[in-house]
Design a protein around this ligand. Structure first.
Ligand code: NAP
Length: 275
């Protein structure tokens, strides 16, 4: 097991899904910024250190696994100053093409996973009288693009949950924010689960969507750039509620806010090749 030195002085962070992509980059960036970090992975053993990151086992869909992970992290770190709820995955397909079981599994990880880990960490932060929670949302948490209905639903849910929670826990010295990355080059694409009830009716528009997705991937941000946003949100004296990460996310957040709805709708449909 990795030992930590400088226990009293350093801020501490717990990150879910730190085995790859944004979570891994954020774990490394937070360590570099002076945090003592523990990350989680479903595949971790109890004594793992991988690429310099202390990893403990946690499946965010299991109440028991989350309780055990938070208790182990708290015991090792002594306090938890920062929680990054990052674990998540996507479904590829039209809304109608996914079974209820698949959609339930998505919400269980992307939404209830965040609720489970947050509920396990909040008593610790309330007792400390301080803490910060960063939920990894998405540009799709404010722009519901086609062929992403369920994923987009989970990320919209995180937006509402985070804003409500921030109002409730501020009195305890705890603040909550959402990080909103645009398309980012990680293992996300390979861990995206294909819809389990494909329909021929969507073949043409799905193909067009895939072309648009390919374009977005070609211009995708790096996990390291999202990690920089996470470090900034962790350290901001007066945290914002939302942190769009990268140029594309900031541009679409601006367009969503200020363009007339009909114009926004037209631009979005043309981007995805929809008539
Ligand atoms: N990549 C993008 O384009 C993009 C854009 C916007 C937002 N995001 C969000 O960013 C977050 C990180 O995604 P990523 O792009 O870095 O993808 P990734 O490389 O696939 O990483 C996903 C992480 O989530 C963990 N995970 C998945 N299911 C889990 C579960 N049930 N319990 C615990 N951990 C679980 C995985 O860990 P193990 O498999 O080791 O358990 C892995 O470390 C996600 O919330 C995603 O929605 C991604």
């Amino acid at each position: 097991m990795a030992g930590f030195s400088g226990r009293a002085e350093k801020k501490t962070a717990l990150l879910t899904g730190a085995s790859s992509g944004i979570g891994k980059a954020a774990a490394l960036a937070l360590t570099e910024a002076g945090y003592r970090v523990i990350g989680t992975s479903r595949a971790a053993g109890t004594g793992d250190v991988r690429d310099g990151i202390r990893l403990i086992p946690c499946d965010v869909t299991s109440d028991g696994s989350v309780r055990a992970a938070v208790s182990l992290a708290h015991a090792e770190l002594g306090h938890i100053d920062l929680l990054v709820n990052n674990a998540g995955f996507g479904i590829a397909g039209a809304a109608e093409e996914s079974s209820i079981d698949l959609v339930r599994a998505l919400y269980d990880t992307n939404v209830l996973g965040v609720v489970r880990v947050t509920n396990a960490v909040l008593p610790i932060m309330r007792a400390q009288g301080s803490g910060r929670i960063l939920n990894i949302g998405s540009g799709l948490g404010f722009i519901p693009a086609p062929f992403n209905a369920h994923y987009s639903g989970t990320k919209h849910a995180l937006e509402g949950y985070s804003e409500s929670l921030d109002h409730e826990v501020r009195a305890f010295g705890v603040r909550v924010a959402v990080i909103e990355p645009a398309t980012t080059r990680t293992s996300f694409e390979s861990s995206t689960v294909p819809s389990d009830a494909p329909l021929k009716a969507y073949d043409v528009s799905r193909e067009r969507y895939l072309v648009a997705y390919g374009r977005a991937m070609a211009a995708a941000d790096t996990a390291e750039s999202v990690a920089e946003t996470i470090v900034r949100a962790a350290r901001d004296k007066k945290p914002l509620l939302r942190y769009p990460s990268g140029k594309a996310a900031r541009q679409i957040a601006f367009a969503r806010r200020f363009l007339p709805r009909s114009l926004f709708d037209m631009i979005l449909r043309s981007q995805f090749g929809l008539a």
